[in-house]
Design a protein around this ligand. Structure first.
Ligand SMILES: [Ca+2]
Ligand SMILES: [Ca+2]
Ligand SMILES: [Ca+2]
Ligand SMILES: [Ca+2]
Length: 567
């Protein structure tokens, strides 16, 4: 185990000047090494509403592919004896994004609620984290950053690494988060506390004006018929057991929209009311994404990511056009009752995208019995209780009513003799609810190489067309063959509007694509001689002149170019 203490970084928050944070890290880490980071604060005289220190480790994934927390030791800050309530969220490691929320060191919650937020004072070592680098590469030094959530204070300093060290250490950071108590939208329309970053002009529409970091629960809605518009901001909890991001208890006709809701026990809690609308939210990393204990709600066009469980359900809820991604369980009954939910919007509008659905898509139509794929799974997505099922599970992430995409691009061969034509077969799907006019083009690297005639593709339909690329006049080399379908009006997901394959353009007779015509190519041709394109051993790369048979004309071409090479 590598324990290093030769570098000590002392950082002072600029704007306040009171809090000293020192980080005592390692200086070098090799794959598999364990190392310690110690977080220490001195002279804490924080604002009255600072209730937590959040320890966050950030690293550059290009240097350290991952960390694993094997040990966390902590100490209370002195002289406040209550400062020993520590939340450890060691499961909040995102090795892909390169960060981990390691621990939250709190004032005692009860004392905070009962007595308000007394200033935090004192000095101590807050935590020692033992981390293990799963892999690291690269040579440049990394930055440490220290930030207070919301961007109020920010500074950075750089880890000094001796130049002879081949592999550098990760970075760490300390974040002091100004976490808020629960916010209430009261029955009479007021917001409590009034300083919460939510604005309203009419006591009907309430709009977030910044991100909100919550100490336990997020926002309790106690007023009917309102809209809470997150305006794209994030409401973030700390995963405290039973904490709720947004709670609606016996509330009717409220709309929650454009919110990012992360790291609560329950992202949204619906109990007792009805006809609430949960639309266009991004709900991630909660224990339960949405806990529904009541009925007749509309839950559409949300994205649920990495919640341990997405929905625990009441009854008769309308749930479609959501994307359910990477959760250990998508749906369970909140309590046993054999309650029925509506999981789709009929055909062709469709149901939800489920990341664990693996049905095929060969058919279309209301009964999924007509030839041709439509972006909807041919078999329902079964939900484990009563008769619940999504009759029209989406094969692709839902991204709005207008969406077309290239689902398949195949070139007729991988090795093409210059002067002959390549077939590029393009399959296009209209996932939307309206017919769309499509313009499809093919490029060889960046050169226009052909296209399909403009066509109108009906809703929930697919078509396959073939473009011909005449390679005459192109240089030898490896070409990316890219098909593009034009963006349709109102389309938000354009990533799938392009698709690429590749082909080697070479001398006639070079059947293996190494830019030399030699014995090896002749042997391959002989082995496939007189086979037609319908034969099970057909190799299209041997059919030099692209006439669907390997015969004497291909052999003549090979002979004519024998010993030819490029360059
Ligand atoms: Ca289908
Ligand atoms: Ca698209
Ligand atoms: Ca060759
Ligand atoms: Ca041929």
């Amino acid at each position: 185990m590598l324990v290093l203490s030769s570098c000590v970084f002392v950082f002072q928050l600029k704007a306040e000047g009171e809090v000293l944070i020192s980080v005592d890290p390692y200086t070098q880490v090799n794959p598999g090494d364990e190392f310690n980071i110690t977080f220490h604060v001195e002279n804490v005289l924080a604002e009255s509403n600072v209730v937590a220190f959040e320890l966050q480790l950030d690293w550059d994934p290009s240097f350290v592919v991952g960390v694993k927390i094997s040990e966390i030791l902590y100490h209370s800050i002195t002289p406040e004896s209550e400062w020993d309530n520590i939340w450890i969220l060691a499961n909040k490691i995102n090795n892909t994004a390169g960060n981990a929320y390691l621990a939250y060191l709190f004032q005692d919650i009860d004392r905070a609620v009962t007595n308000g937020y007394a200033p935090i004072t004192g000095s101590n070592t807050l935590a020692t984290l033992t981390l293990r680098a799963l892999k690291n590469t690269g040579t440049a030094p990394l930055n440490f950053t220290v930030a207070k959530a919301g961007g109020f204070y920010y500074d950075k300093w750089q880890l000094c690494v001796p130049t002879q060290v081949p592999v550098n250490a990760t970075g760490g950071s300390v974040v002091i988060t100004n976490r808020l108590p629960t916010i209430y939208i009261k029955a009479e329309g007021s917001i409590d506390p009034a300083s919460a970053p939510i604005s309203t002009l009419d006591n009907i529409t309430y709009t977030l004006t910044s991100n909100i970091a919550s100490d336990t629960d997020g926002i309790f809605i106690e007023r009917d018929n309102i809209t809470l518009d997150g305006a794209g901001f994030t409401l973030e909890g700390i995963g405290v057991q039973n904490s709720r991001g947004i709670s609606l208890v016996t509330i009717t006709n409220a709309t929650i929209t454009h919110m990012n809701i992360v790291s609560f026990w329950e992202g949204i809690y619906l109990c007792g009311g009805w006809q609430n609308n949960i639309i266009w939210n991004h709900i991630a990393d909660n224990n339960v994404g949405i806990d529904v204990y009541s009925g007749r709600h509309t839950i559409v066009e949300n994205v649920f990511v990495n919640n341990d469980l997405v929905c625990a359900l009441g009854r008769s809820n309308l749930i479609y056009h959501n994307n359910f991604l990477n959760s250990s369980a998508h749906v369970a009954e909140a309590y046993p009752g054999n309650y029925y939910q509506i999981w789709d919007d009929g055909y062709p509008s469709g149901g939800n995208y489920w990341s664990d659905y693996n049905g095929t898509d060969m058919y279309s139509g209301e009964y999924q019995n007509e030839t041709g794929s439509d972006g909807i799974g041919d078999s329902p997505y079964g939900i484990s209780f009563y008769e619940n099922m999504d009759n029209y599970p989406l094969k692709k992430f839902y991204s709005g009513p207008h969406d077309v995409g290239i689902t398949c691009l195949e070139t007729s061969k991988k090795v093409l003799a210059r002067g002959f034509c390549l077939n590029a077969s393009v399959k296009i799907t209209n996932y939307g609810v309206e017919p769309e006019v499509l313009n499809t083009t093919i490029y060889a690297n960046s050169t226009f190489a052909g296209g399909l005639p403009n066509m109108t593709l009906p809703s929930r339909n697919s078509t396959t067309g073939t473009c011909l690329w005449n390679s005459t006049g192109f240089g030898f080399g490896i070409y990316n063959i890219t098909a593009h379908v034009s963006t349709v009006e109102g389309e938000s997901d354009i990533e799938d509007n392009s698709c690429s394959d590749w082909v080697i353009l070479t001398l006639p007779g070079d059947t293996d694509g190494d830019f030399v015509v030699n014995n090896s190519d002749a042997g391959r041709l002989a082995a496939g001689f007189e086979l037609g394109s319908n034969h099970s051993d057909w190799n299209p790369d041997l059919d030099i002149n692209c006439d669907n048979i390997v015969d004497i004309y291909d052999a003549i071409l090979l002979a004519n170019y024998y010993n030819g090479h490029y360059p």
